[in-house]
Design a binder for this molecule. Structure first.
Ligand SMILES: [Zn+2]
Length: 66
């Protein structure tokens, strides 16, 4: 904390990629009201919200999407 009255600490909600550890703050909401990005801005992972348990699981996931 600070004892200067003109200084404030602003807390913002941000997101953290559980894959590479990247932390970012969403700049603004998307038109659809979705502020959570689909991919991590750093490692471009689509499952940045999910911790890595089985690194080789991506093959099965890709097939399911198509
Ligand atoms: Zn990442």
């Amino acid at each position: 904390m600070t004892d200067k009255e003109y200084e404030v600490i602003i807390e913002m909600k941000g997101y953290k990629c559980l894959r590479c550890g990247e932390v970012w703050i969403p700049r603004k909401k998307h038109p659809a009201g979705k502020e959570i990005p689909d991919v991590c801005p750093r490692c471009k992972s689509h499952s940045w919200q999910t911790k890595v348990r089985f690194p080789t699981i991506s093959k099965a996931q890709k097939k399911r999407k198509r």
